[in-house]
Each structure stands twice: as C-alpha cells, then as structure tokens.
Design a protein around this ligand. Structure first.
Ligand code: HEC
Length: 165
C-alpha cells in the first residue's frame, strides 16, 4: 500500500515534469517545428521598425519586422550568418497605424543540414494570433525571393532598416 502510494507520487511528479516541458516547448524558446511552434509573443520582441513601413516584397502592404533575442544583433548590424533559433516575424498590417494584423510571415533559422542550399531557413505563414499556421517549412513561394539577399543570410535586413528610418 505504502509502495503504491509512493509510486503514485513519483508518477504524478514525472507527469508534471513532462507536461511542463511540453508547455515550454510550445513557447517562445522552442525552435523545433515538430514540437509545434507558435509566435504569440512577437509584440514583446525587438522591433526593427518603430512604425509600420510599406513592404516592397510583400505586395506593398504595411508591415513591421520584429526579431527575437537570438536574431537581434545580426539583424541590427545587417550581419550574417544568423545563430540557430533566430526568429524573425513580419506582421502584415491592415493599415498604416499597425493596430490590426492581417497575418504573420515568419522565418526561423534551423540547425545546419535542414536546407543547406537555402541557408537552413524555415518559413511559415501564421494567422494574426501567431498560433495557427497554414503553411510552413521549405516554402517554394518564399525561398526564390529571399535568395536575393544571401549576403545578409536571406534576410532583407539592410533594406528594412533603411525603410524604418
Ligand atoms: C516577391 C518577393 C518575396 C516573396 C515571395 C517573399 N518575401 Fe519575404 N520579404 C521580401 C522583401 C523584399 C522583404 C523586406 C521587407 C519588405 O519589403 O517587405 C521581406 C521580408 C520578410 C521578412 C522580414 C525579415 C527580412 O528582413 O527579410 C520575413 C520574416 C519574410 N519576408 C518572410 C517571408 C515568407 C514566410 C514568405 C513566403 C510565405 C516570403 N517572405 C515571401 C520579399 C519576398
């Protein structure tokens, strides 16, 4: 009886640890798409654009660019290459005030070998909440364009910083 109670306690503890890890995995620091990545926290990241700018690449929409801690230094210095787990979110806004978001386009730097011919970037489109994605991975609709910016590791950091001034 005592043993089974102890076993129960241990099991409960193990389950607790596992569930916290699963929850942590779905949060900001998760870089493994298999764990289900979300981008609900991008508003707390570093904005490269203080106010919305007109996008050249994304249909002349109003956009912003936000970088996580890992991407920050490289983006702000238009450097290359980015560290693994660098995340960049580009919200597409409905107007120039940037209060209403249409959707998010995102890029995530994956470990070497994910897509070596294209800089190992993972691309995705998310709904405005940053929770649901309808396309992700090595997206052929994104790669050819971003290939034009290989000297800044597939990101238009130079152009965006110029437009943001
Ligand atoms: C027609 C060319 C083109 C296509 C297609 C394209 N992009 Fe971009 N993207 C750009 C350009 C140019 C910028 C620089 C900012 C701007 O003008 O919008 C950019 C910026 C971004 C940024 C901000 C980081 C940066 O500076 O590069 C992200 C994130 C992004 N695109 C994701 C995507 C995703 C995801 C797709 C596919 C669903 C995609 N892009 C398709 C041209 C393109």
């Amino acid at each position: 009886m005592t043993i089974s109670l102890r076993t129960m306690l241990i099991l409960t503890f193990v389950m607790l640890v596992i569930s916290t890890q699963v929850l942590a995995g779905s949060s900001d620091d998760n870089c493994d798409p298999k764990m289900g990545i979300t981008f609900m926290n991008w508003r707390n990241w570093t904005p490269v654009t203080v106010k919305p700018v007109v996008s050249e690449g994304h249909s002349n929409n109003w956009v912003g660019v936000f970088v996580n801690k890992i991407a920050k230094a490289k983006y702000l210095s238009a450097g290359s290459p980015y560290p693994v787990c660098a995340k960049i979110v580009k919200p597409i806004y409905l107007d120039e005030t940037g209060t209403k978001v249409l959707k998010l386009t995102v890029m995530l730097k994956m470990p070497p070998g994910y897509d070596p011919e294209n800089g190992d970037w993972w691309y995705a489109s998310y709904d405005k909440t940053g929770e649901f994605s309808w396309q992700q991975g090595k997206l052929s609709g994104c790669i050819p364009c971003h290939k034009q910016a290989t000297d800044t590791d597939y990101l238009f950091s130079r152009e965006v910083r110029k437009a943001a001034k």
